[in-house]
Ligand binder design. Structure first.
Ligand code: NAP
Length: 301
């Protein structure tokens, strides 16, 4: 029996595990597959995490993980397939094993949002990608498009412009919500072309992506399309236990306390105004402290 199981190894989960371990709790962290530390592994440069300047998301994430490993937190690579809230929480795993715990910290973050246009699924992995940082090197010297107007899309466009022949940045409005300084860099790149006030209507190709059709009737020839239009919370396994807002984010305060006893949430899947590394790390610490408090008052032995 664990005192706490943390699910998810992004900054929120790692932070929670660190706090629980340092409080002397019997804790294990479960991650589906190690592919870098959550969504930040996709960021080329994180400039707004206090104390670190000009560091890649991957490197910052590695440092978080190293810290947790040095504290000797047990990390298990397995996929959680089901959660059962009984007297204690039962965590069922893809391997067929199951673990029992008094508290759960759920920190699985968010998944990329899809455009939901014809061809998107058909060409997934054959030109369509949700991670420029992971797949960009496959498009060296080629022409690609990035879709979106937030920080991820801007980061992706800059990153790809160093690798690719041409990058189209497709955004549905004139104004971008991403960082203005990054947008200035984008505007100064000769191989980035902005296609504004339009949206993707279809991805075309034969065996691989060959073109994108736009709402305004244009067709642009590309070898790849990187979709960066935000994310949706990964709450599939807990949504029957907790309350969520209209977008599916879990309703919980900064303390991570949910409507289910012993279940705490941390990070991007929580309903909140700012989803950044700093708020994920903070959420993890807060949820851990809430779980520690819960364990103190738990009379089940
Ligand atoms: P985001 O800020 O939610 O931006 C999503 C973008 O996609 C918006 O521009 C939105 O357009 C557009 N969009 C949404 N649905 C669309 C659709 N169906 N078709 C076409 N366009 C669509 O998402 P994000 O860029 O992934 O960023 C998420 C959070 O992570 C933000 O808080 C961001 O600041 C943070 N982040 C930070 C860094 C960094 O600090 N280096 C890097 C990456 C992300 P509208 O603008 O018209 O709504």
């Amino acid at each position: 029996m664990y005192e706490a199981i943390v699910i998810g190894s992004g900054p929120a989960g790692l932070s929670a595990a660190l706090y629980l371990k340092r409080a002397g709790k019997k804790v294990i962290l479960i991650e589906k597959e190690y592919e870098g530390t959550g969504q930040i592994a996709r960021s080329i440069c994180v400039d707004n995490y206090l104390g670190f300047r000009n560091i890649s998301g991957e490197e910052l994430g590695d440092q978080f993980r190293q810290h947790v490993l040095e504290e000797q937190v047990e990390i298990l690579e397995d996929e959680v397939t089901k959660l059962v809230g009984d007297e204690y929480w039962i965590v069922k795993l893809e391997s067929g094993n199951q673990l029992e715990t008094k508290t759960l910290i759920y920190a699985t973050g968010a998944e990329p949002r899809q455009l939901s246009v014809p061809g998107e699924q058909q060409y997934l992995g054959r030109g369509v990608s949700y991670c420029a940082y992971c797949d960009g090197s496959l498009y060296k010297g080629k022409d690609v498009a990035v879709v979106g107007g937030g920080d991820t899309a801007l980061d992706d466009a800059l990153y790809l412009s160093d690798l690719c022949n041409k990058v189209y940045l497709i955004h549905r409005r004139e104004e971008f919500r991403g960082n203005a300084a990054v947008l200035d860099s984008i505007r100064s790149r000769e191989n980035i072309e902005l296609l504004l006030n339009t949206m993707v209507s279809e991805v075309k190709g034969d065996k691989k992506t060959e073109a994108i059709l736009l709402h305004d009737g244009r067709s642009i020839s590309v070898n790849g399309m990187f979709v960066a239009i935000g994310s949706k919370p990964a709450t599939e396994l807990i949504k029957s236990y907790v309350s969520v807002d209209e977008n599916g984010y879990v309703l919980a305060g900064e303390d991570g306390i949910t409507s289910a006893p012993g279940l705490f949430v941390a990070g991007d899947l929580r309903a909140k105004a700012l989803r950044q590394v700093v708020t994920a790390v903070s959420d993890g610490a807060n949820a851990a402290v809430s779980a520690i408090q819960y364990l103190k008052t738990d009379k089940r032995g």
